[in-house]
Design a protein around this ligand. Structure first.
Ligand code: X8Z
Ligand code: ZN
Length: 602
């Protein structure tokens, strides 16, 4: 959103806030206030969304000016709104109005100080950091010629090369883009913290944690509880992957008792590891799952991939995407200009002009991301008729989980139906292979999903000071993920900044929660669809009962506290990792067996 999130942040901020928000008339009731703010917010949103969309689609000096100016107005609107909303605290009002005001008072990912100069500075820093990331490239000499590569090209090397030194070069090369905005990030932290105080929070981390309908401290404990549920499984996976990488690269490069070198896991940030599945395949050649090859062979292009993803959603009884979606989205990387390629879904014009922006490549990973983005789009479409302050995910992890939940239904049976694999092999070995590939994506991600905001929470609270951003980052990377950088890192570097969501200022705990909840959602939808048998064999493709259940939950938006939405879909009122653990039970036992004579841990 701006990536998804940003988008959410943008619209939510815009929706909820507002600057032209004149001063509150003291006789205005809480309900009238909420109505006025929403109307003004919708007006402002038109301008802000247009400026942001153009900025992300054309990174130039001029669009930076336009986006920063629009951002500034948005922040001003938000500041005024908060100031006014606070006055209604503790006064009498109906529950819907109370919920609306509560959301206004916690709905910002980058609150500005109440000072025009500082607001302008904050808007400029955010626009600029994201632009630098989007235009980032690593130039180096290859065969006597200077070659400059952007992120997607560097990622492709990390995904496919098995050359230790080449991988290390590309890994550090991408990280040369971020030191340039380390100082700006530091200033952003100061301004964001100051802004959070106007919302009534000690620092920005506390404001972010307030988005979950519970006390901040209770949320911290809740997130830890979920991590503790899945940690033992991650440790088994880590142990096995380390052993196999050690076989591939040698024990001198991958020692069997320490963290794994971060550049060997097939991904720029070591966040998902499915690109090294060929090195990990438990039973060689059993039930090939090469969807990328099939997409290419069958001449899929960006449009056909998008339409195929849409077709999954419509098979559930959800509506067709509007024509404007295809007219206005960007699904192919332009050859002649810089764009922010990090995939995002945008809710423009109040649900009437939803769009995605994704530099689609013909790969299975990107096919997955298309479903992820359409998950956001269908949320927008389904809550379109809610008042604007209630347009949002039940919490941000819900928004992230929808498209991924759909992907869990892309079973071998589904892929066969679409002609993307030749045959469905039913055997224990085929199940283990498939689960390994999925776990390299879904389980490997969990500690990464958790540690990013662990780092930011500490940065915002001051526990990690500006002189130890990089040390703090790598301490957490090692503690949670069990990985280590291939080169010495110092405070000259800014490795956190080389991940989109840091310069893009998108909170990240949402993804950690999403990766856990999507299995809960999948389980509930499979039950609704009448599926019997193992959860990993269930596909809800074409099932209208499951589709209705999903659609009804989406339509609630954030009108109710998230446990209500969770209950509507799953019957439970809590986030719970037992569905993801159950789902992977076959692989979990297999890994334990493989690891029984190994020394695990780092
Ligand atoms: O940023 C995203 C989406 C947009 S909301 C493409 N994701 C996270 C990431 O890429 O780091 C999806 C999963 C994790
Ligand atoms: Zn997303």
């Amino acid at each position: 959103m701006k990536t998804t999130l940003k988008l959410l942040a943008v619209s939510a901020a815009v929706l909820c806030a507002n600057a032209f928000a004149g001063d509150a008339d003291h006789k205005e009731s809480a309900k009238q206030f909420v109505e006025r703010i929403q109307a003004e917010g919708r007006e402002l949103a038109k301008e802000v969304e247009a400026a942001y969309w153009v900025r992300q689609n054309f990174i130039t000096k001029d669009t930076a000016v336009l986006a920063a100016k629009a951002g500034e107005r948005s922040l001003e609107f938000e500041s005024k709104m908060v100031e006014q909303a606070k006055k209604y605290n503790g006064t009498d009002m109906d529950t819907v109005t109370a919920r609306a005001i509560e959301l206004m008072l916690r709905g910002s990912s980058a609150p500005a100080p109440d000072d025009p100069k500082k607001r302008a500075e904050l808007a400029e820093i955010l626009t600029d950091m994201e632009g630098q990331y989007g235009a980032g490239e690593y130039c180096t000499e290859i065969d006597g010629e200077e070659v400059c590569r952007q992120l997607q090209e560097l990622e492709a090397v990390l995904a496919s090369s098995r050359d230790y030194d080449e991988l290390a070069d590309v890994w550090q090369g991408w990280r040369t883009i971020s030191p340039a905005y380390r100082k700006q990030y530091q200033r952003f932290v100061e301004l964001g913290n100051e802004g959070s105080k106007t919302f009534g929070f000690d620092n920005l981390g506390d404001l972010w944690k307030a988005g979950y309908d519970m006390e901040t401290e209770a949320f911290t404990i809740e997130a830890r509880r979920l991590w503790d549920q899945v940690k033992p499984f991650y440790e088994e996976l880590h142990c096995h992957v380390r052993a196999k990488l050690s076989e591939e690269y040698g024990a001198d490069k991958v020692p069997l008792d320490g963290p794994i070198p971060a550049h060997l896991l097939g991904n720029m940030w070591s966040q998902t590891w499915d690109n090294i599945y060929p090195l990990m395949e438990p039973y060689e050649g059993v039930a090939s799952l090469d969807v990328t090859a099939a997409l290419k062979e069958q001449g899929y292009d960006e449009l056909k991939m998008t339409k195929t993803a849409e077709q999954f959603f419509t098979s559930l009884g959800l509506p067709d995407l509007p024509e404007s979606f295809y007219e206005n989205s960007l699904i192919k990387k332009p050859a002649d200009r810089n764009v922010v390629c990090h995939a995002s879904a945008w809710d423009l014009d109040n649900g009437n002009d939803p769009r995605i922006k994704q530099c689609v490549e013909i790969t299975e990973e990107q096919f997955g991301t298309l479903h992820h983005e359409l998950g956001h789009i269908y949320y927008y479409l389904m809550y379109k008729d809610q008042p604007s302050v209630f347009k949002g995910g039940a919490h941000d992890g819900f928004h992230e989980a929808i498209g991924d939940t759909i992907q869990l239904s892309m079973t071998p049976g589904y892929l066969k139906e679409k002609g993307l694999i030749d045959e469905v092999v039913e055997s224990e070995q085929a199940t283990i292979n498939k689960q390994m590939k999925q776990a390299l994506e879904k389980i490997a991600f969990l500690p990464f999903g958790k540690m990013i905001d662990e780092w930011r929470w500490k940065v915002f609270s001051g526990e990690i000071g500006p002189d130890e951003y990089n040390k703090g980052w790598w301490d957490l990377r090692t503690e949670y993920q069990g990985i280590t950088p291939p080169f010495e890192r110092t405070e000259e570097h800014f490795d956190a900044g080389a991940k989109y969501h840091i310069p893009g200022n998108t909170p990240y705990t949402r993804y950690f929660l999403s990766f856990i909840m999507q299995f809960q959602f999948h389980k509930a939808l499979c039950e609704a669809a009448g599926h019997e048998g193992p959860l990993n064999e269930c596909s809800i493709y074409g099932n209208k009962v499951a589709g209705k259940k999903l659609g009804d939950m989406l339509a609630m938006g954030q009108s109710k506290p998230w446990p209500d939405a969770m209950e509507a879909l799953t019957g439970q009122r809590e986030m719970d990792a037992s569905a993801i653990i159950d789902y992977f039970a076959p692989l979990n036992s297999w890994l334990k067996e493989q690891n029984k004579d190994r020394q695990c841990g780092w």
